[in-house]
Design a protein around this ligand. Sequence first.
Ligand code: 7GP
Length: 831
Amino acid sequence: ETGPTSEPTSPLARGPVISPPHTVEGFVKAFLHELNFGQGVPLATSSQTDQYLALARTVRSYLMARWLETARKRRASQPQKMVGYLSAEYLLGRQLDNALSATELREVATDAMKACGIDIEDLRAQEVEPGLGNGGLGRLAACFIDSLATLGAPSIAYGIRYEFGIFRQTFVDGRQVEQPDAWLSSGDPWGVPHPELEVPVNFGGHTERYVGEDGRERSRWVPGWGVIGLRYNYMVPGYHNGVVNTLRLWRARATNAFDLHIFNAGDYAEAVRAQTFAENISKVLYPEDSTPQGKELRLQQQYFFVACSIKDFLTHTMPKGFDVRELPERIIFQLNDTHPVIAIPELMRILVDEHDLEWDQAWGITKQCFAYTCHTLLPEALEVWPVSLMERLLPRHMEIIYRINEEFLDDLREAYPGDELRVRRMSIIADHPERSVRMAHLATVGSVKVNGVAALHSQLLKDKVLNDFSELWPDRFTNVTNGVTPRRFIRQSNPALTGLITETIGKGWVSDLDRLAELQAYSDDPEFREKFRAVKAANKERITDVLAKRDGIQLPQGHMLDVMVKRLHEYKRQSLKMLHIVTLYDRLISGEVDPASVTPRTVVFGAKAAPGYHMAKETIFLINSIAKTVNADPRVQGRLFVAFPPNYNVTLAEKLIPAADLSEQISLAGKEASGTGNMKFALNGALTIGTDDGANVEIRELVGDENFFLFGMDEPAVAELQARGYRPGDYYESDANLKRAIDLIASGHFTDGNRDAVSAFVGDLLSNDRFLALADYASYLEAQDRVEAAYADQEEWSRKAILNVARTGFFSSDRSMRDYIDRIWHIKTNA
Ligand code: 7GP
């Protein structure tokens, strides 16, 4: 941040920040200080909550020392170009372990707690994870900021401090019931609030034209109302490198002058109610994953955090008197999907209205300051905002968007004379079914680079979703394949595997994941395989304990663990997995197979459905119904078990993924942009059964065909079948296995004889089946039979699993971040 304008006079102001010492004694002292003087309790009577809060604050103070030092170094060095990561979601997961391991305080803290008579494990369990994201997109952002800190990249991440994160999922009679996620209710020890630094954000009102002294016509925004953005800093530690970056989340508060006229009119209660209205902006995360609803509050959230962030960057991060014409040398804002795209007209507004630049000059600058990542291929996931809503909420921005579009369309007409159809397709403003702003088009027009999140996805973006744009600007399109952080998803989540890898190839791989390749040599080593299997077995024991405690689920032992965890969505095809389970069950109860010949298998699901997504919720109900029936049927005992723990989240993922043998990545080809769970499973030694979709394609290329269970149509085959006209009923009629599975569901077998409870689901499958589950069923079944055969040979299976770990180092988010840095951001990474 910007320093004081004059030289400090005290020698104390020139010295470095003193970190509490990295010793057990020093830690104990800092801890007791937090407990006594921060929390206000003596150790003797402190509760576990007190202790957790004091412990978190203690660790935070170690982070804070590094954070201040990182900032000081950056101030002292030449001004550098930074990345501003703009994301409406950060699905962070628990903080304590990550902070301890980044700062190498794990042992010190454990011993210090022991010295105080506390088991640190008990305190770990106290932490409520900040679930400020829905799924893949939000978790990706969290992995990316971890890697940016580890690379020492000058960067700052911006988002919203939702008071309620992703809902807590419960099941009542097998149906999903959502509970609010009050993650802040027992304090926010990791957040550093700065309520004194207020950022005003305006909404509504109207615009006025006026002519300046120079005779130029200008527009002025006369807002109707406003709120205040309050800054909360969260520290993002790099791994063992002393760097601590910033995640800055904004909270909305009412302005003091909010409704002065209502106060004056004497309606005190009404005025206080109005305050709540303003504070609603950062109240809750929208639980929609890939199906945005055009809710006004959501647009308010988007503009709110983007306006705060840009303003904050310009006034706090940039020095006073900074020349905005140099912006492209100082910042690149990465747009995490379209949620923050309103930043483009916002920067235009600031440059034109507040800094009085000419339109063309402002546009030249703005276009260089943004890059856009698209995370989807589903047309319904592309955000559009009604013009009427935009005009009401952000009238000046709407004006700016109109002008950007006008000039863009002029250029198009010049490039494609007479091709009015193309011009209409590409327009930022859509006319049908309602006049609206296409945010993906605005993002593409206003960005230096547009990227997809896996090779196939980026190709399909160019060929399909944004084809017209890639024809016009081929160089603007690029791919950056997603990645995951090995710190959280191997080192923290899988200490047993971490130990084995380190004892085998030495340290260093945690921040240089390509080094996992050195494990390849051990895939044929019987002793190593033995140890590798022991790791898996230990992780299975661990998840068994976790599920027993957490949900009262008793996992059978000695089973193949087959896991499908991700948001519930039709395109991901949890229903296909269900059909497979029903077929396995049917084979067993019909006596068609000898139970002794079947590989015992436990299937674990984890999935939240968007609260308004009817079909997804029906699927949850059916999975729970099947689990209940299967698990209670003595005929399949010891052979098949289905578990569906509620409220799948990052904390559970960390325990579940390391225990998995089989990773289910079975989306319809051409629909899953990338997937990142698929990467986590492979890195933890699970084999993938998957379609030719998203990053599965790259996983298979890297691990080798023989170490991946591929099935189903590829994307061109899907397109062809759809063009021919897909008829799910045909598959039902012609495939006896499939017919039996569907009939068994339809009979009410899993729903206590209740056919009505399943009729909508079955009806949709037979007559609609939008994501072609029935068409891929036979191929899926065949691939699952190959899985069973392979699993029967544990030596061979171990070899495959080891090679999965050894060959997937590419999927470190460190590599993703280097790709962004080299190909999109062009920043330097010296800390
Ligand atoms: C997800 C994609 O569905 C997933 O395939 C990808 O791995 C992940 O982003 C990270 O790139 N998309 C979302 O989570 C999402 O909300 C909104 O997309 C368009």
